[in-house]
Design a protein. Structure first.
Length: 373
């Protein structure tokens, strides 16, 4: 059953190939540096969107029929189907099986996801028994080299700007360069512990687990969230011992629970314990973190013109949303089910109000539309 997309002009009869989605790019305006944020706020989270809009259940039933997006006309994927696949471990199987599953939605893919699917499909024919993480890990060095070439020119330009600044700014940037070099080359680096960062990441993991509808797992996450609230907002000599005790209790709760093998939770708690005790950890380079740290260094720079030049140059660093090499480097370090989730996520169906609820739109079927993520 195929349902045509409904738009403001009626039924969408356009050629689907003309409706290929393109990444929305921001304008060329200078960013508001005063509103720059760290990595915390923009960590991608690929949750399965079980829409909670009241009275929308009848529309969500249609998701299993590949309902087209109201905006693009491209068929969407039922999020419940994807949730069941993730829960069953289907994406951790040999790539030949995973490709077969993902190929069912091939008419949905475009852009980055379409290119990744092409690579996975081709590599799977050569190594059918490898999982998709292994397939991408084999080619990751090629894309990493390409990404480093693009980044290196930008780093050189920023260094030239700093060479013109007073010594105090040069010294601070030299430290950032040292840390950045370690991250780029996957060498251990010292990163201070942040309770805010920990709580944020823990809440994002909880959101993913809650969507899986596992009652026992939900209870464990509630325990972890409750215990994490005992972490002080600041970490210093006075609060350090308490932070370590709370982290130890979180580790104990996890090891005794049904989530003891959850990779994300184990990594989060493990790295946090290391950071609390001032141990160096392997942390990948993050464009957002680099820009945030750079902004802090020159925050009080009197020369606002130079400040703007430095930040504009930093914002030229490739992003995984627009640069394919950056995208491959980013996803190749994730688990197979996360990689599959990234491919499917932009095309999952969700419900939206046609007339915004904030402007008085009602929770009725006549005011609902289906769109992708």
């Amino acid at each position: 059953m195929r349902i045509s997309a409904i738009t403001l002009n009626g039924v969408n009869g356009c050629n689907r190939t003309l409706a290929v989605k393109k990444r929305r790019k921001g304008d060329n305006a200078v960013p508001d540096y005063s509103r720059m944020v760290s990595d915390l706020y923009l960590i991608p989270s690929y949750q399965i969107p079980f829409t909670s809009i009241q009275n929308s259940s009848k529309l969500r039933i249609l998701f299993k029929y590949n309902l087209p997006c109201i905006y693009s006309g491209i068929p969407m994927i039922d999020p419940k189907q994807v949730s069941r696949l993730i829960k069953s471990g289907a994406f951790e199987k040999p790539s030949k099986d995973v490709v077969e599953i993902l190929s069912k939605y091939k008419e949905c893919y475009s852009g980055m996801e379409e290119r990744v699917m092409g690579i996975i499909s081709a590599r799977s024919r050569i190594h059918p028994n490898d999982n998709i993480k292994q397939l991408l890990s084999e080619i990751e060095p090629i894309y990493r080299r390409d990404l480093r070439k693009k980044q290196s020119g930008i780093f050189r330009n920023i260094q030239e700007y700093f060479n013109q600044l007073p010594q105090e700014y040069k010294d601070k940037y030299a430290q950032l360069v040292k840390e950045t070099d370690k991250r780029l080359n996957e060498r251990p680096v010292l990163i201070p512990f942040s309770s805010y960062e920990f709580k944020y990441k823990l809440s994002k993991i909880k959101d993913n687990i809650v969507n899986e509808n596992d009652i026992k797992a939900k209870k464990v996450m509630n325990k972890l969230i409750k215990e994490s609230k005992r972490l002080s907002n600041t970490t210093n000599d006075t609060t350090m011992n308490n932070q370590i005790r709370v982290m130890g209790m979180l580790d104990w709760i996890l090891k005794k629970s049904v989530l003891k093998n959850n990779t994300e939770l184990k990594e989060l708690i493990g790295t946090s314990k290391a950071r609390l005790t001032n141990k160096e950890i392997i942390a990948p380079f993050s464009r957002k973190s680099y820009i945030y740290d750079l902004g802090r260094i020159i925050d009080d720079l009197p020369d606002k013109t130079m400040h703007e030049k430095i930040m504009q140059e930093a914002f030229k660093l490739p992003t995984s949303n627009e640069d394919f090499s950056a995208y491959i480097v980013k996803i190749s370090g994730e688990s197979s089910d996360k990689i599959a989730s990234r491919i499917l996520w932009p095309y999952l169906a969700s419900v939206e109000h046609i007339f915004p609820k904030s402007e008085g739109g009602a929770d009725v079927m006549a005011n609902f539309a289906a769109k992708n993520m």
